[in-house]
Design a protein around this ligand. Structure first.
Ligand SMILES: *[C@@H]1O[C@H](CO)[C@@H](O)[C@H](O)[C@H]1NC(C)=O
Ligand SMILES: *[C@@H]1O[C@H](CO)[C@@H](O)[C@H](O)[C@H]1NC(C)=O
Length: 368
């Protein structure tokens, strides 16, 4: 296949599919060029001459990115067969795609296998081996990623920094990491983005299913999260962008996870969390908190002392139902004085654990 694509290029031929009728204005016939690649290097080298890029059983060399950045507008990227990656300690990313009006998908027989077990050591990004980030969707604007099957990411799966990006029906299965030291295997980390919709994701991992650190007009819907830390906003504060605004997390299931839904803000920092809605979320098998909103994080851990620099306002929590484990806490809210307001709270039923007696400054309407 590699030889045939290269010889096709050498002969200057292209496959024309579905060429549109000539336009009256230009009389130009646009050719749709389908390129099938069997190596990451050839895909990166020739990416700009293809309308459709088929990545066929690619083995990405150790320490290299499958680089599909700056694709031309309208490019389709299709993964086929098994995509694998060589082993090296490095930061990644293993895959990076950028451009506008890009459609990324996979055939019915594809898996993108990060081979994370070679890096997993129980330490994630806190130490041990240097582990590559998996997929950067940065400046992938007005675009869609749909139907990808992803397995065993070394650490975080998707880093999303894009405008108007749809991520639909993506499966991330890091379940092998449960017994083998998978850690910090976040599903979707969203930051500095406007207009991101993540629908019908299935995430089986060992950290946040979703973490929104900053961004506006973000939707997560129809998701199934298990094994990890739940659906999170934050931690917010202390980054270059510290505004979270208009985020809807809805119609989802969180099971066998540390938390159900969560907002955490960093102490001593500034920013804002406003217009967040959590609705219609079923939780079960939760080991820490069913619902947890706290303004006291520092270096990744709660301090117990909330600060008011990142207020949480206009929060809606509705139809959050289910159970936590008996040694877990149903609901925990730790706000600084005056830093949580305009909360709407309805049909919340989280049971099975203990009732916290450490909640502070709970705004009217909500309850611990
Ligand atoms: C699916 O992809 C795998 C990995 O490349 C390959 O071994 C297998 O033959 C493919 N199956 C079909 C039905 O094409
Ligand atoms: C909030 O985000 C949603 C999803 O992008 C969008 O449809 C809606 O218009 C936004 N609301 C406001 C007030 O901007």
């Amino acid at each position: 296949m590699r030889a045939s694509f290269m010889s096709m290029l050498a002969m200057g031929t292209a496959v024309a599919l579905g060429a549109p009728a000539p336009s009256r204005v230009s009389q130009m016939v646009k050719k749709s060029t389908v390129c099938t690649f069997n190596s990451a290097a050839s895909a990166s080298a020739s990416k700009s001459s293809c309308n459709t890029i088929v990545l066929d059983n690619i083995e990405v060399p150790a320490g290299e990115t499958l680089d599909l950045t700056d694709l031309k507008s309208g490019t389709k990227v299709i993964f086929n067969g098994e995509t694998t990656f060589g082993y090296e300690e490095w930061d990644g990313p293993m895959i990076e795609i950028s451009g506008s009006n890009i459609i990324v998908s996979g055939t019915s027989n594809h898996t993108i296998n990060g081979g994370g077990e070679r890096w997993w050591d129980g330490e994630g990004t806190n130490g041990g081996k240097t582990k590559p980030k998996f997929f950067y969707a940065h400046s992938l604007d007005d675009s869609t990623i749909t139907g990808l099957n992803i397995k065993n990411t070394p650490v975080q799966a998707f880093s999303v920094e894009s405008d108007n990006l749809i991520l639909n029906s993506i499966t991330i299965d890091d379940s092998d990491g449960d017994a083998n030291g998978g850690h910090n295997t976040d599903g979707f980390d969203v930051g500095e983005s406007t207009g991101v919709t993540i629908s019908n994701a299935v995430v089986r991992n060992q950290d946040d299913c979703l973490a929104v650190n900053s961004g506006t007009n973000i939707v997560f819907t129809g998701g199934t999260c298990s094994g990890g830390h739940g659906l999170s906003i934050g931690s917010v504060g202390g980054r270059s962008d510290n505004t979270v605004k208009n985020v809807t997390i809805t119609n989802s299931v969180v099971k066998d996870s540390e938390n159900g839904i969560r907002i955490k803000t960093n102490s001593g920092t500034t920013g804002s969390v406003s217009g967040v809605t959590f609705s219609n979320i079923q939780i079960s098998g939760i080991t820490d908190y069913g619902i947890v909103f706290e303004q006291d994080y520092e270096n990744g851990d709660p301090t117990g002392t909330p600060t008011d620099g990142v207020p949480i306002t206009d929060l809606t929590v509705e139809s959050i139902t289910g159970t936590v484990e008996s040694d877990a806490t149903d609901i925990y809210i730790l706000c600084a004085s005056g830093a949580c307001s305009d909360w709407t709270w309805s049909d919340v039923s989280v049971t099975g654990g203990s009732t916290s007696d450490e909640c502070e400054n709970v705004p009217s309407g909500a309850s611990c």
